[in-house]
Design a protein around this ligand. Structure first.
Ligand SMILES: [Zn+2]
Length: 290
């Protein structure tokens, strides 16, 4: 599942290709058209396809931002600014191409779902093999409840204090620390993979309840989260679950993991323990993580 570093790379890759472009049309895959006709929320959420198309045609793509694991496309027409918020789900990817075949990765050609046509003749394509991703049109950012509930970006100055404060809430005391840091009201953009790596780096056993960790240990963990997310960005994201960047390339971060997806601990060489914690497969070292 794409986490913060992967979505950051999508943003950086897309921005120079689409900013300033005017949207001239939208086409949808048969899967999306059939799903919506059957009353489902296939990819395009909360709006019918004709309305979605009508709202965005003629608008200029003014900005592209990332907030946690969401991409926010800011559109502008003569009336107002408006937005598409997109989440890549398990396997979503964006490409900017002249023709669909130019994507170059067969799975993403076959599983294209939304093609936003641009004035330059290029197309902004959203592909998604498992179809858990989404594009959601909204008039005002304040109406995007899922965005408003997110903790500050982990790199922001106010993020550490916000995180420490959230962890003092009664609802987290009996929960595992891993579950807490994967919740985006506590930490923004830290999913399963980076949570495992950060817990390993700060030598914390992911089974520990929040209440058991000292403030110093909680702070150390937050610093580790920021470190692994920065590393993830630096190495192009990780491609463990089919992530591809805008160029159709994989990231390299998975080669730098010390614990996630490994048989032996990258720190001590001992065996890695795998266990489901908070519904996600968690990897840790009982020797290094006390
Ligand atoms: Zn170890």
């Amino acid at each position: 599942m794409p986490e913060l570093p992967e979505v950051e790379h999508v943003k950086r890759g897309l921005s120079p290709k689409i900013l300033g472009e005017i949207i001239t049309g939208v086409t949808f895959s048969d899967k999306v058209t059939a799903g919506k006709a059957a009353g489902k929320q296939t990819i395009i959420k909360g709006i019918d396809l004709k309305t979605f198309e009508g709202k965005i045609i003629g608008s200029t793509i003014k900005a592209l931002d990332r907030r946690s694991k969401y991409l926010i496309f800011t559109l502008e027409n003569e009336l107002h600014e408006h937005y598409i918020i997109s989440h890549l789900g398990m396997s979503g990817a964006y490409f900017v191409v002249d023709r669909l075949e130019d994507i170059g990765v067969p799975n993403y050609i076959n599983h294209w779902h939304v093609a936003i046509h641009l004035q330059s003749g290029k197309q902004l394509i959203y592909s998604d093999i498992r179809r858990f991703g989404e594009l959601r049109y909204i008039e005002r950012l304040e109406s995007a409840a899922q965005i408003m509930a997110i903790a500050p970006e982990p790199f922001d100055d106010e993020a550490p204090a916000y995180y420490l404060d959230q962890l003092t809430a009664p609802k987290w005391q009996e929960k595992t620390i891993k579950e807490a840091i994967m919740n985006h009201s506590v930490v923004s953009g830290c999913g399963n993979i980076y949570a495992c790596e950060a817990l390993h780096l700060s030598r914390i056993n992911p089974n520990h309840k929040v209440k058991r960790l000292s403030k110093a240990k909680r702070t150390e963990l937050f610093e580790a989260i920021v470190h692994v997310l920065n590393e993830g960005i630096k190495y192009g994201g990780s491609s463990i679950s089919s992530y591809r960047n805008v160029e159709g390339k994989e990231g390299f971060m998975q080669t730098r993991f010390n614990i996630y997806g490994r048989k032996t601990c990258g720190t001590c060489g001992g065996p890695v323990t795998a266990k489901v914690i908070a519904t996600r497969n968690t990897h840790y070292c009982t020797h290094c993580q006390k």
